[in-house]
Design a protein around this ligand. Structure first.
Ligand code: ADE
Length: 239
């Protein structure tokens, strides 16, 4: 393990990681793509972190699958990482034991929950089922939960989304993981998702309010988890 690449959607999610790993902003290195690159050497490992960048019109981060696909494709093509870590925040489900601030590692496979193509065969292709690395030992030793990451283009959840999650077992709801995992699969690059829970889907408080209230706390948990994973697991696989 010599090169690790983090793909992170939002600047606020990335900031604690950039600071703690001592990464330097390299700017936008990919032509017109908005993705921003941060790099550094941490304990003789090359760490690259790519954020999705910001929309010039609104000033908001490019969350979602399109920008995540672009960032991941460019990151892999330029930097050839040994592993992609998609680090970010996600919604959890109280019915599946999630609590605000929990950190989940991707488990088994990563799916989409909002691609509805009700023709035999196409539904499975739409859902994706992209593989991720075995996170059992990391979860056990690090005290993290594990869950099937499920991705859609919206913060809210429709009844159709919920039905697809019932089919796939999806339990960690985000807006990028499956897009990142699709590209990782194309390039045969191992992928792990690390997701800190900012909100509980279906709780009394609106998702957006929970997200705003808990974003800062969740990003600290995300940073601590990513450190533990790099220091205690990935650095050991250096040879
Ligand atoms: N990111 C954080 N919370 C989320 C949610 N509930 N759905 C999708 N992405 C999220």
């Amino acid at each position: 393990m010599k090169k690790i690449c983090f793909i992170v959607a939002m600047a606020a999610e990335a900031k604690p990681l950039i600071q703690h790993f001592g990464l330097m902003h390299q700017g936008g290195r990919f032509g017109q793509a908005p993705s921003q690159v941060y790099q550094g050497n941490y304990k003789n490992i090359e760490i690259t972190l790519v954020t999705n960048g910001k929309d010039a019109d609104t000033g908001f981060d490019y969350i979602g699958c399109e920008a995540a696909t672009l960032s991941t494709h460019l990151a892999i093509a330029y930097y050839h990482p040994d592993i992609i870590i998609n680090a970010g925040t996600a919604g959890g489900f109280a019915s599946k034991g999630a609590k605000i601030g929990d950190v989940y590692l991707s488990h088994k496979y990563i799916v989409f929950h909002d691609r509805r193509v009700d023709i035999p065969g196409w539904n499975r292709m739409g859902q994706g089922y992209f593989p991720c690395i075995d996170s059992d030992e990391m979860a056990r030793l690090g005290g993290f939960k594990q869950g099937i990451c499920t991705t859609g283009s919206s913060l809210d959840m429709t009844e159709d989304d919920a039905e697809q999650m019932r089919q796939t077992g999806g339990e960690v709801k985000d807006m990028e993981a499956a897009a990142v995992a699709w590209v990782a699969q194309l390039y045969k690059t191992p992928i792990l998702c690390v997701k800190a829970i900012t909100d509980l889907v279906g709780a009394d408080r609106p998702t957006a309010q929970q997200f705003d209230d808990n974003l800062s706390m969740a990003t600290q948990k995300l940073r601590d988890a990513c450190f533990k994973i790099v220091d205690e697991h990935l650095l050991r696989k250096k040879k």
